[in-house]
Design a protein around this ligand. Sequence first.
Ligand code: MG
Length: 268
Amino acid sequence: MKITLICSVAALLLSAKASAQMMVDPTKPLTNKAEETEIFPPQAAEPKVVTPGKSFDTAPSDAIILFDGKSLDEWVSTRDKGPAKWKLENGVMTVNKPSGDIQTKRNFTNYQLHIEFQIPANITGSGQSRGNSGIFLAATNGKAGGYEIQVLDGYNNENKTYVNGMVGSIYKENIPLANPARKAGEWNVYDIVWTAPTFNADGTVKTKARVTAFLNGVLVQNNFEVEGETNYIGKHEYVKHGPAPIRLQAHGDRSEPISYRNIWLREL
Ligand code: MG
């Protein structure tokens, strides 16, 4: 009993000492002007510790793994919310057009997304019919179904399409800042930061969505403020929504299906 009491007091003293080291004493005179602008806890919280991956494409410790090449368990068919029926082979999932789009089981608000895609080496077709897919950063129930960042073959210079519909674009809304696409058969890497829109109670937009995106390490969207959901025809508009899945597009053209791998996300 006595030993327990001594241990408890010692622990208390140690923790008091530790927190005293973290605190800024407001009665203590500052020793120089520089200290006036230094922030210590508890004025601001310590950033959480995240163990980074071995390389920039490896998931850090706080990531949600959406696809690690082993299963499609984090995905469902958009059509019937049943199991995702895209092809899974050699650690890669490939669009299966007849079964349609797939989407995450989970809903997200703000996040950092890593996702890799490959246009098949034997791709045929041109323009929007050459390796078309897309990442809907928030898949909604609105008429347009969400906000699409385009996936398309962008390497072949003969593959001309409208610049606000090429790979790296916010589809039919914002032209990418550069075209760093790799050629068909090689893997492309998107790193995307999505800030979801917020809405007032009456459904009007309070703050618009924003997108920052790197394609193969090159900035293609720089904190772009989105005008609304990706309508194929007509103005892009917002329809009030909350947390939403991420959807991958099985585009209905005749080109060879494209593949995805190594998908992970950090909630922000
Ligand atoms: Mg598309």
